[in-house]
Ligand binder design. Structure first.
Ligand code: ADP
Ligand code: MG
Length: 751
């Protein structure tokens, strides 16, 4: 896996703020051979692509003063091992106390308090106030200056640490001792606060894993029970889950029945009845019954483990807004530093305005330059976006919605049209055979089950072909054939070929049997207008007529019924209320069927009889019209359309066959309840609102202080305090999304 030019992953520890992450990125990017590197502050994961050995990267990270864990695939384990800081102010204080650098800053706080209150606010001058401030400075400057030095030496970069160090030393030079101590203590405090909130945000995702027990009760060969670690379980092991316990592994029920709450995985709180042969997920809560389960996945591959891994990876893909912020910060900081230089030099030189600080009531231009260095720190700005996106993605995951990156959250917030696949998405996707109509139907000649022999023949032939097909209709036909005891009558078809979007054909007893749509038969197989009319009638009732031919001759029609999901109507009503311009249904099914089901669901537009490539074309056309379009499907036969949409959303991620959808779709709804979609859209809009506010707010504060400093009203410590305050505010504002609640489906259901 680790060939030199492939991508390598490292876990970096000890970053306090998003600026640290950027400084490390710059330092790594300068190493020879590195093509691309991305370090995510919230997940602590560094991805390096290029022709470079891991040990060089690790050395550089250590040189820059951070800890690094070896490249690692099982990042879930590594991340959940990260210490989780406790809640509230006491938790924060303990967090600061536990690390040496921040402990020094903590001691510095009481030392600068007299400075703020007596000196800055009340205007006292006293030797002891200055002495205390200098002591605080001495305690806090070491780690900051060390960071500055390392950035300068290894990355040739003027980091935030450097700006702060210069500002503090400059303040000492002009005799503003209290100012110098304050700047560094406040800065250290702000950094610690960011580190603390990031550690908590990090934990929000790792804690999704906490719902899975660490041990399981395994049945031994001797039918006794033993408690073992889940990591020791093998596929095929039998485990017992007692009533009320959490399910420890993905598996298949072998014995017992119970109503299980799968909310931690799918987000739907309704209880699901589980019986033998049903699928079950790690993290679900068992109800009243005891279950015997056969393990089907290793502990690291359970659905919830994969979900968490995907959410973690998702955070590392930067959304366009985030790139904008990074880009802005990249220019903002050097620009303000340059301005600081000019401010310190130009006015005194050109106009003879005071350079040194002449009196407490008037700031000299050197001082204003130093204060601008402080204003140049983009801390609040760079933390504003990732913290919001991470919180939103965790909130989504908690509700059973897997979002594969901030970019999709952003795209989703802009979606103006949503297209749905019909079969298996709007409908339950479990069609059943409603009627069989053979050309030679002879009512009197019914068999013991009440079915005419000609009709049975049609069903048996179709069933023989469909047993080799994976289409939902195929399953319905072959099981209906089996249920009537017809499957033994015919051999399974040979040379079975799927005519995607049209039907399926194969050879049974040497004769070619074709099962397919009315539209396809109109092109391919002769049938009378009466047969057409009958098929139309089925379709107008919302059923799907499927025609059957043997050796090129039409022999009959099988009618299938697939009902709308109970949740679809409500989901679409809510989408309409969200103000979307269009809610479209796309299907390969009969036009009349599509119209009927579409009307029932409440979509604004229906397109039927589409071949898979026509679905893709329809999405392209919708994108032309509405710019941003989401496509929702089950991921089975609509993958090209999902890929064409601005956002491809797969449903039923937690269910067997479609499991692949989780890895490929942009967004996956873990349950098949479409009401998760309006929730996801509202969440994405709320998120982008928060992000925009945070960006505007943090840039606004910077601009205000820029102006205040220039006119001589802003002090250095106020500028740091404003930055710390703004960081805290945007962080808290972003973290509010963790608890985002739309009027959730389950609540409406209850009322
Ligand atoms: P959808 O858009 O509803 O997912 P598809 O594109 O898979 O539908 O199929 C379109 C139509 O083609 C179906 O409504 C059916 O008439 C026909 N068809 C496709 N596959 C099969 C099959 N295996 N057996 C019978 N009919 C099929
Ligand atoms: Mg389909």
């Amino acid at each position: 896996m680790q060939t030199p030019s492939s991508e390598q992953t490292f876990i970096v520890r000890g970053m306090d703020c998003a600026s640290c992450a950027r400084a490390i990125e710059t330092g790594i990017a300068q190493l020879p051979g590195v093509q691309r590197c991305e370090l995510n502050f919230t997940t602590e994961r560094l991805h390096v692509a290029g022709d470079i050995s891991g040990s060089v990267v690790i050395q550089r990270i250590r040189d820059l003063g951070y800890d690094v864990l070896e490249s690692d695939q099982g990042a879930v384990a590594a991340n959940s091992a990260a210490p989780q800081p406790a809640d509230g102010a006491p938790g924060f204080l303990r967090f600061m106390w536990e690390r040496r650098d921040t402990r020094l800053a903590l001691i510095g706080i009481p030392l600068v308090v007299p400075g703020i209150v007596l000196h800055e606010l009340l205007g006292w001058e006293a030797f002891w106030i200055d002495a205390l401030a200098l002591l605080a400075l001495a305690l806090t400057i070491v780690p900051v200056a060390r960071g500055a030095w390392r950035g300068l030496i290894f990355s040739r970069e003027l980091t935030i640490n450097a700006l702060m160090t210069i500002a503090a030393i400059g303040a000492v030079v002009i005799g503003a001792y209290v100012e110098a101590g304050l700047v560094l203590v406040l800065f250290a405090l702000g950094e610690a606060l960011e580190g603390y909130t990031a550690a908590r945000a990090r934990h929000a995702i790792a804690s999704l894993m906490e719902v899975v027990p660490q041990t399981a009760l395994r049945l031994t060969a001797a039918a006794t029970e033993e408690r073992v670690a889940v990591a020791a379980l093998q596929v095929g092991d039998q485990i017992i889950v007692r009533p009320g316990e959490r399910i420890p592994m993905d598996g298949i029920v072998r014995a017992g029945t119970s109503a299980v709450n799968q909310a931690p995985i799918t987000g739907e709180s309704r209880l699901i009845e589980k019986a033998p042969d049903d699928e079950i997920f790690a993290g679900s809560i068992n109800g009243e019954g005891s279950l015997e389960i056969m393990v089907t996945q290793r502990a690291a591959d359970t659905t919830i483990a994969r979900m968490i891994r995907l959410v973690q990876e998702a955070q590392e893909r930067r959304a366009p807004v985030q790139r904008f912020v990074d880009q802005f910060a990249r220019y903002y900081t050097p620009a303000v530093v340059l301005l600081a230089l000019l401010v310190a030099i130009v006015p005194p030189l050109l106009f003879g305005w005071p350079f040194w600080n002449p009196a407490p009531e008037e700031f000299g231009w050197f001082y204003r330059g130093l204060a601008l260095l402080v204003v140049a720190c983009p801390c609040a700005l760079v933390i504003s976006t990732p913290v919001s996106l991470v919180s939103a993605m965790s909130a989504a995951a908690r509700n059973g919605i897997l979002i594969k990156g901030g970019a999709y959250l952003e795209a989703l917030s802009r979606v103006r049209a949503v297209a749905f696949d019909k079969t298996g998405t709007l409908t339950a996707g479990r069609p059943s055979v409603a009627a069989v109509r053979a050309v030679h139907c002879a009512e009197p000649a019914t068999d013991a089950t009440g079915n005419c022999s000609a009709c049975n023949e049609v069903l048996a032939l179709a069933g023989a072909v469909e047993r080799r097909s994976e289409h939902p209709l195929a399953y319905a036909i072959s099981s209906a054939s089996a249920a009537r005891g017809l499957s033994a009558r015919m051999p399974v078809a040979e040379q079975v070929t799927a005519l995607v979007g049209r039907g399926v054909c194969g050879v049974v007893n040497g004769r070619e049997v074709l099962v397919g749509s009315h539209r396809h038969f109109d092109h391919a197989i002769a049938h009378t207008p009466a047969h057409c009319a009958a098929a139309h009638q089925d379709a107008a009732a919302g059923h799907t007529p499927v025609m059957v031919s043997v050796a090129g001759a039409y022999v009959g029609t099988i009618t299938l019924a697939d009902s709308l999901r109970a949740s679809s109507r409500e989901a679409i009503a809510r989408l309409n209320r969200l103000g979307l311009a269009a809610v479209v249904m796309l299907t390969g099914d009969h036009k009349a069927t599509a119209e009927r089901i579409g009307a029932e669901a409440g979509v604004t537009e229906v397109r039927g009889e589409l071949l898979p490539e026509q679905k893709v074309a329809a999405i392209e056309e919708l994108r032309q019209r509405y710019d941003s379009v989401a496509m929702v499907g089950d991921g089975i036969n609509d993958a090209p359309a999902l890929a064409t949409a601005s956002v491809g959303i797969a449903i039923g991620g937690a269910h067997g066959g479609a499991n692949q959808a989780m890895e490929t779709a942009d967004i996956t709804l873990m349950s098949d309840d479409l009401r998760q979609l309006p929730f996801a859209i509202s969440l994405s809009r709320a998120t982008m609102g928060t992000v925009r506010f945070n960006i505007a707010f943090s840039i606004g504060i910077k601009l205000i202080f820029l102006a205040l400093v220039l006119v001589g009203l802003g002090t250095m410590w106020m500028a740091v305090l404003a930055d710390v305050g703004a960081s805290l505010l945007v962080t808290l504002n972003g973290m509010r999304l963790l608890g985002y609640r739309e009027r959730l489906p389950r609540q409406e259901e209850a009322s």
